[in-house]
Structures are given as C-alpha cells and as structure tokens.
Design a protein around this ligand. Structure first.
Ligand code: ES4
Ligand code: ZN
Length: 326
C-alpha cells in the first residue's frame, strides 16, 4: 500500500480549496483575540468537537460563523499564508483557491481588504515558497443573482488578480441556471468559470453547470454517477471534476470512504482530481485526502499519479507552468 510519506512527497496540485475553510481553530482563536471578537467556544478543543456534520448546511452554518474573525487585510494574509505553508509541507506545487467575498462584504468588510490580503500572500507564496497560484472568486448561491452582480462589479478593478468565478454554498434548490446571466457577464469580462454541482444536488445540476454556465471544471460532481449519459459526456469531453473525498464523508455525501466513487470514475476515463475543500473542518489537507484513498480504496501508485496528472490537465494556469509540473 502507498505510504503517507510517499503520498506526501508526491508533487501535487490543488484545484478545490476554500480559503475560509482553511481557518484552523488555533488561528480562529488568535484572530478573535487580536480583533476583540467573542467566540461561542471555550477553547480550540471545543471548536473541534463542534465539527460533526450531517449535511452541507450543518457545515456551512459553522463555517460562516468562523469567518467572522476575519476583519483586517492582515487577517486575510495570515489565513492564506497558513494554507500556503501547509501546501509547502505537503509538496503542493500549484493551487487555485476560492474565496467568498460576500461572506465578508455583507459584514461590512471592504472587498479590497479581502482581495488585497489574499493576493499579497499568494504573491509571497510564489516568491518565497515557489508555489504558483490562480485565484477564483465564488458567488454564494443561496443569495440572489443580483447580489452576485454587485460582487462582480466590486471585482472589476481587480480582474488582474482573479482567473475566474465559481459558485458555492447551499446547493439544493439553487441550481446553476439561477446564475446564468452573471456568469455570462463574467465570461464576457474574460473570466473562466467553475461551479459546485452534484455534491448534494442532482446530476441535472452538473448538466446545467456545463451547458448554462459553460464551466471549465465541475466542483465535486460525484452525483454524476447517477446519470449514465452524463458519465459518458464527462469522459468524452475530459471535463475535470474536483473531488473532495474527506469532505464527502464528513458531510455524509457517502456513508463511508469505502463507498466513494472516485476511483470508479477514474477507471471510466473521467478527469477526476483529489482536493481538500475545507481542510480545517474536514480532517485534513491534500496528503490526508490521498492517504484516505490509499487506506479505504487501495489507491495504487499509477492511480495516484493519474489523479495528479488530471489536476495538471484541469488547471487554469498557462501551458508553460503545466509542462513544468508534468
Ligand atoms: C463548501 Cl463543501 C462546500 N460546498 C458548498 N459550498 C461550500 N463553501 C465552502 N465549502
Ligand atoms: Zn467546495
């Protein structure tokens, strides 16, 4: 079986990571103290004990609450830098993180505060750690499309810092096509697109992410296996799926890792990739996700290498960076 040290040493690429979901309880407490914010938890252990989720909404409620400690530009820098440090330890050489501006602007934090802190850390990550990156701005799908338009307008002076837009938060009842117009505007501005689809929502949402939002990747997409025609389409078009194994078991999308379909999809020629999603909440970063597949699905070396090659194939960086990583 593949060992943790082999999987850790394997150069990896992460395409599905929410920066707000990389907020470890220790940093949450440090920022709460620095910013004089009351947390509803006594200590770090009490926070970790609260991380028991039975579905996506359970998690989102606690994830948005955690983000309340992020106030100043330096807080967003420190959050991003802590994630990049972890990437360095785990040999993650390229990342395309998400951030959720509305989680912050709706609390009165300026868009600039958020994006400047994140971007400065990503730049330092390139210069000091050799980690390349592309940043993706997500719209919250439980809010109206009009709010996404307002967010896109705030991003317009910063398009040099963003490669694309995504769609996250509560999936059921908020199909991709609710955001067709704002995604069309984003594409017209030269942005690439992704969307969470087929995590808790049905395979139909994967179809509309592809057909209506013209996504370049589907985030999660694991429920695609319920639609044979869709599986055929995904394989034929090599549409990348950014799968998050530990997230899926933590949020009860699969009862158990042994039930996960990622390696079946890989065997069917689908461009599946491994990602950590919200590592501070779901029990681990990239290496821990690969280790879980090694333990519960007997992931072998050729499969591990194929999953990383799929991430390179699905990345939004330029071809030059891709060939360096291949
Ligand atoms: C998320 Cl796992 C997941 N799904 C949807 N939206 C999210 N935001 C942060 N993590
Ligand atoms: Zn996600």
């Amino acid at each position: 079986a593949l060992t943790e040290s082999w999987l850790n040493a394997l150069p990896k690429v992460e395409l599905h990571l929410h920066l707000e979901g990389s907020l470890e309880p220790e940093l949450m407490f440090a920022l709460a103290q620095r910013n004089q914010i009351e947390l509803p938890f006594k200590d770090v252990e009490a926070v970790r004990a609260a991380y028991e989720f039975s579905n996506l909404q359970d998690f989102l409620d606690i994830y948005y609450q955690g983000a309340n400690v992020l106030i100043h530009e330096q807080d967003f820098y420190d959050l991003t830098w802590a994630y990049l440090t972890k990437c360095k330890e785990q040999n993650v050489v390229h990342v395309e993180p998400f951030f959720d501006p509305q989680t912050h602007t709706d609390r009165g934090i300026a868009f600039e505060t958020v994006i400047n802190g994140i971007s400065r850390a990503l730049k330092d990550g390139q210069e000091k750690l050799g980690i390349s990156s592309e940043l993706i701005m997500c719209f919250l799908r439980h809010l109206p499309e009009e709010a996404a338009f307002d967010t896109l307008a705030m991003a317009e002076p910063h398009l040099d810092k963003i490669i694309g837009v995504g769609l996250d938060s509560s999936e059921q009842g908020h199909p991709p096509e609710k955001f067709s117009r704002v995604f069309a505007k984003a594409r017209a501005l030269g942005l690439l697109t992704v969307a969470h689809a087929g995590e808790e929502g049905p395979a139909d949402y994967v179809w509309t992410a592809i057909n209506d939002l013209k996504v370049g990747r589907v985030d999660h997409g694991v429920r695609s296996s319920e639609d044979a025609e869709l599986m055929k389409h995904l394989a034929e078009t090599r549409m990348p799926l950014t799968v998050c194994p530990l997230s899926n078991t933590k949020l009860c999308v699969f009862d158990d890792m042994s039930q996960h379909n990622i390696l079946d999809m890989l065997a069917q020629g689908i461009c599946v990739t491994v990602n950590s999603d919200d590592p501070a909440y779901f029990g681990g970063y990239m290496t821990e996700n690969f280790v879980a597949l090694a333990i519960d699905l007997a992931l072998d070396e050729s499969q591990a290498r194929a999953l990383v090659q799929n991430s390179i194939e699905g990345a939004f960086c330029g071809d030059q960076r891709k060939s360096e990583m291949a």
